[in-house]
Design a protein around this ligand. Structure first.
Ligand code: PEP
Ligand code: MG
Length: 757
């Protein structure tokens, strides 16, 4: 036996290569393989068990009784072989019979052999068989021998798959080892229920060729892939600093650590030395790492393992030239997309008609990817752990973000319960739909205005579906996010005009572009990509005033699109009153310019500001006389009031929108707005939740712009409300806030018969 793992594996692989390339039938090849391995490892027995119809069957053996071939069968978990396959673990024993899982199979005649070593044959991270060697001396096999066996098992998995020797039901559709149904919890980011099949945003590569023709060439392929991967990670790190990418900073620093880890690169090279292709070597090293990590029960390490898995998959994708995301690969009809995290632009690449749901390992409630998904009407479950281990590509999933669950490979009982709940939801939805034409008016006759948030062309349809009063926030930057280049004026104008046409007499509030933060555009602000804190950086109105060419184009597009009608314009991230004044002056100058050319102008332009930077609240006396409406962006306001990054999953649930700080802040704004005759509304996600919306109405805020799906539930809540009693109650709460504000508001609602959906 050669002394190094690489040398011993290479010797076997060289011989296997010829067998695999030959024209013999698969069974003959397996018979040859066991002979080669037994000889090379100086073992009396070598056997191959393959999983067929859920059972491990002896397919070939050198040393055991030939009569046992295709006769000896073991269930998963049964005997040593079944245990290896079930646990996807190696067993190396000097005395097989004394192992508690040993199961005696008399037909094999194996009682003569004492030592036993078996390794799983793995395909797509699941065991599809077992390769075992046995010897009459009671001795453990050496580490190098086990290594060699594992490398050989890898090659065998290719042979087996190509020969169609195992159930396609077991491997072809990427079935996981355990086909048991599981429920995985997560956090509701966008409410909804969907059934569909798992599609990974970054598909897992299945290694197809394992034995190298030319080891030097394989080595060069890996070098080149490492270079490219390092380049990508460096670029992602630079982009993350500017907020372009969806990746978390911590993840990127781990990526970087691994990408430059010489040990990892060396191990892959050693695996190539043993005769594997670049792809197989990467996978082989990954298998080994997985196996080691399974033995260490440390959640922090498990997280890092996860990062390494991502990176190994990236390396595999580079080496094999399969670089696209699932969005570019032809999506199946009922896709439930799985990703670690996504940027808003990445999500927008997906075909909305085929995308039924999204599962994120990270994610937070007010991150823009969540807002985009909400706009697309796609349910999202966030902070779901262990997805790669528990879900395989193509698995049937029942996503219930309402309950904060996803059911994987559901049992029939789960499916029935899901269907029943879905039917109930549909019924409720139908009840909400029946409210379409009734006004959102409280029991005591107080009319509330309910508008929808939009940003995509198709969103406008939501107006008719929901019966909303208008569009209270049209996020114009979405058009910029979906474009590869800066949208020209004509394109902008066409969109705005289409939206106004579809809205008819209902008002639309166009917000000028809010770029920056987690909505940075690679084609626009690349050269300014060195901000440490992009959410608090050069974004939205700040950027638009400095790059006024951009805003001038948008102003002209909006003014011309609204010819003859009312144009409502709103500026984002106004921090001081003079910024609003400058922006308004810019629009007025464009109005004059267009007017001077004799073109038709809007009948009226109404100007509004977003209140999302707390500092602006201290300048209301300067601002209010000049504006027609004010809209509170509670997503940003909350992050700035609490100094808590809205995209950071760790902070996602730390602060409640019903905190006295937020409610008191808003309460202070209501009086001055009313006194100045300025229409006040809320257009952050907060207004789309029943208890929160109730609190806002209790504060005297009567215009809410919310996600279309929330119109029905919020209207039902409004119609069950006594607004005068609510205002008194909320005033009392704010004077002496209870510790549990949410509890107090919910209790009041229940006692007062308020419909909280
Ligand atoms: C907000 O900040 O609340 C808001 C509505 O704007 P956006 O979510 O687009 O930043
Ligand atoms: Mg905002």
């Amino acid at each position: 036996m050669p002394s190094s793992a690489a040398a011993s594996a290479r010797e076997i692989l060289t011989r296997l290569h010829d067998v695999m390339a030959g024209r013999n039938p698969a069974q003959a090849k397996l018979n040859a393989v066991v002979g080669i391995i037994a000889e090379a490892m100086d073992s009396e027995v070598c056997s191959i068990y393959l999983l067929r119809e859920g059972v491990l069957e002896l397919f070939a053996t050198r040393g055991l009784d030939q009569a046992a071939v295709h006769v000896t069968k073991l269930a998963l978990g049964e005997g040593l072989v079944g245990t290896i396959a079930e646990d996807v673990e190696v067993l190396n024993l000097d005395e097989a019979a004394s192992h508690p899982d040993f199961a005696y199979k008399p037909e094999t005649g194996e009682e003569r052999y004492h030592s036993f070593a078996g390794v799983p044959i793995i395909r797509r991270e699941r065991a599809v068989g077992v390769l075992a060697v046995q010897h009459s001396d009671p001795r453990k096999y050496q580490d190098v021998e086990i290594e060699a066996l594992q490398t050989v098992a890898m090659v065998l998995s290719e042979l087996i798959a190509n020969a169609g020797l195992i159930d396609t039901a077991t491997t072809g559709s990427d079935r996981p080892q355990s086909t048991a149904a599981v429920r995985i919890p997560g956090q509701k980011l966008v409410e909804g229920m969907a059934s569909g099949h798992a599609v990974f945003h970054q598909p897992r590569i299945v290694v197809e060729h394992t034995v190298a023709e030319d080891t030097d060439a394989e080595r060069h392929r890996v070098y080149a892939a490492f270079d490219k991967m390092r380049e990508q990670i460096d670029r992602m790190t630079r982009e993350a600093e500017f907020g372009v990418g969806g990746e978390h900073e911590e993840v990127l620093s781990t990526y970087k650590m691994f990408a430059y880890d010489e040990g990892w690169a060396r191990r892959i090279n050693e695996a190539i030395d043993s005769g594997l292709t670049a792809e197989a070597a990467i996978e082989r090293v990954q298998q080994r790492t997985r196996q080691r990590m399974r033995q260490i029960d440390d959640p922090l390490l498990a997280d890092r393992m996860h990062d390494l898995e991502d990176l190994a998959n990236r390396l595999l994708r580079i080496v094999s030239g399969q670089m696209g995301t699932a969005a570019q690969m032809g999506l199946r009809q009922d896709t439930i997309l799985i990703a670690r995290n996504l940027g808003p632009a990445e999500l927008l690449e997906y075909d909305k008609r085929r995308l039924k749901g999204v599962i994120l390992e990270e994610g937070s409630l007010t991150a823009h990817v969540t807002i985009v998904a909400r706009a697309m009407g796609v349910p999202v479950l966030g902070r779901v752990r262990d997805v790669r281990r528990l879900i395989a590509e193509g698995d049937l999933l029942l996503l219930d973000s309402v309950a904060g669950n996803v059911f994987v490979r559901p049992s029939s009982g789960m499916e029935e319960a899901f269907e029943a709940k879905l039917a109930l939801r549909q019924k409720r939805k139908a009840a909400f739909a029946a409210l379409r034409d009734v006004p959102p008016e409280t029991k005591d006759g107080h009319r509330v205005t309910l508008m929808v948030n939009a940003g995509l062309r198709d969103d406008v349809a939501a107006l008719d579906v929901t019966g909303a009063d208008g569009i209270g926030l049209f996020r114009t930057e979405f058009q910029f996010l979906v474009s590869a280049t800066l949208p020209q004026r004509e394109r902008q104008q066409r969109l705005y005009k289409d939206v106004l046409d579809a809205a008819g007499s209902r008002p639309v509030i166009f917000r000028t572009v809010d770029i920056g933060g987690d909505k940075a555009l690679p084609y626009l602000n690349k050269e300014d990509a060195d901000e440490e804190n992009p959410a608090m950086g050069w974004r939205a109105l700040r950027l638009a005033l400095d790059r006024d060419g951009l805003m001038k184009v948008q102003a002209r597009a909006l003014i011309e699109a609204a010819a003859g009608r009312t144009l409502n314009v709103m500026f984002p991230m106004v921090s001081e009153a003079w910024e609003f004044a400058e922006a308004k002056a810019l629009f007025e100058a464009q109005r004059a310019w267009i007017g001077a050319r004799g073109r038709r102008l809007p009948a009226e332009i109404r100007y509004g500001a977003m209140l999302e930077v707390p500092a602006l609240a201290e300048q209301l006396d300067l601002l209010l006389p000049n504006i027609d409406f004010l809209s509170v962006g509670t997503n940003d306001l909350t992050q700035f009031l609490f100094a808590a990054d809205r995209a950071n999953p760790r902070l996602a649930e730390r602060y409640d929108w019903l905190s006295p700080s937020i409610l008191r802040f808003l309460a202070r704004v209501v009086g001055p707005c009313r006194a100045a005759g300025v229409d006040l509304g809320v257009c952050g996600e907060m207004g789309g939740r029943p208890v929160e919306a109730m609190a806002l109405i209790g504060l005297g805020i009567d215009r809410l712009s919310i996600t279309p799906a929330a119109i029905g539930p919020i209207k039902a809540m409004v119609r069950s409300l006594d607004s005068a009693a609510l205002r008194d109650f909320v005033a009392g709460l704010l004077a002496r806030p209870p510790r549990d504000m949410r509890g107090a508001l919910t209790d009041w609602a229940v006692q007062s018969g308020v419909d909280l959906a």
